[in-house]
Design a protein around this ligand. Structure first.
Ligand code: SF4
Ligand code: SF4
Length: 319
């Protein structure tokens, strides 16, 4: 894989500072039941990197001691972590919303027979990637048979009230397959809703439309196909300063499976940890005792992906 990091740092993106933290995004490990070709963490069934118990304890302590409103669990398939359900229960007791980045097919894995009911019981918000509403496109990106299992999973979640009841949110995620900006979120959401309802009787809350970042596998493919410079030009020319105020790194931190702290998932993938004022990398245990509001954010040229057009974050468009 070809690296793009040296083309992104140092960049000329405007300086940003953190606000009060309200979202803890935790990557529980790289084990996954799928091995999608586009996976930005290269997850798969044979990966063994999983968050250890001491780090899980730090996550719990952080939730207990700080006014976090959202725990965003990601991976790999976060549900495969042996303490996933414990974390969900603890956050629920603390009145913290839990978001599960769910690949849908996990619902049909051995040992996960009660997962959908569990998620519904604890009002876990399900965010699921479905790159298209057609079988051919989804299978091409995520593997043979994935579309039909995803449809089964969405129907199962619907049957439990997901996408129908106010407290059972089901969101889908779209990102373009090539070096272009995504279409307008609200228009595409309407198309998804119509097709999935007409063809499969599926309902969901929102479609999160996400811009591809020029990093990891996508960045590498941009370099290999000679599209890196033109894609960066597209991102820069679509820059909207109004999105600066709502980029997700202002109030989110991303924790990797070892407990290292990053401004966002993208910086995690670029191995650019958040540092204190003495430039020491921060660990989750440090966060227990310091307030990171006001700290500078590690921006690079990839950040233009967050501010282009309608803007982009782990929760879709910014504007
Ligand atoms: S389901 Fe998600 S985490 Fe798993 S391999 Fe695919 S993209 Fe990666
Ligand atoms: S990539 Fe986006 S979320 Fe990450 S630091 Fe840059 S602006 Fe913030």
């Amino acid at each position: 894989m070809r690296e793009t990091k040296h083309l992104l740092f140092p960049g000329d993106f405007p300086a940003l500072k953190r606000r009060q933290l309200n979202t803890l995004q935790v990557n529980l490990g790289y084990k996954c039941n799928q091995s999608c070709t586009h996976c930005h963490v290269n997850a798969g069934p044979t990966r063994t990197e999983m968050m250890q118990d001491d780090c899980i304890e730090l996550v719990i302590k952080y939730l207990q001691q700080h006014p976090v409103s959202l725990l965003d669990l990601t991976g790999g398939a976060p549900e495969l972590h042996p303490r996933f359900r414990e974390l969900v229960k603890i956050a629920h007791e603390l009145d913290i919303t839990v978001r599960d980045r769910c690949n849908l097919t996990i619902l049909f894995e051995p040992g996960q027979e009660t997962l959908a009911e569990f998620l519904a019981q604890y009002k876990v918000e399900v965010v699921a990637s479905l790159p298209c509403y057609t079988e051919q496109n989804v299978n091409k990106q995520r593997g043979k048979g994935v579309f039909s299992l995803s449809i089964d999973a969405l129907q199962k979640l619907n049957s439990l009230g997901y996408g129908k009841h106010d407290d059972l949110n089901l969101h889908l995620v779209f990102n373009p397959s090539g070096p272009v900006l995504p279409p307008a979120q609200c228009q595409l959401e309407q198309d998804y809703k119509q097709h999935l309802d007409d063809d499969y009787g599926i309902v969901f809350n929102n479609l999160f439309v996400i811009t591809n970042m020029p990093i990891q596998r996508f960045g590498s493919s941009l370099l290999s196909t000679g599209h890196f410079d033109s894609y960066m030009t597209t991102l820069r020319e679509s820059y909207q300063a109004t999105n600066l105020d709502t980029v997700m790194c202002k109030d989110t931190v991303s924790i990797d499976w070892r407990g290292h702290v990053y401004d966002c998932d993208f910086n995690q993938m670029l191995n650019e940890p958040l540092t204190d004022q003495q430039q020491h990398p921060l660990h989750l245990r440090d966060l227990l005792n310091i307030d990171i509001s006001g700290l500078g954010i590690k921006t690079g040229n990839h950040c233009y992906g967050c501010t282009a057009g309608q803007g982009s974050s782990c929760s879709g468009a910014l504007s």
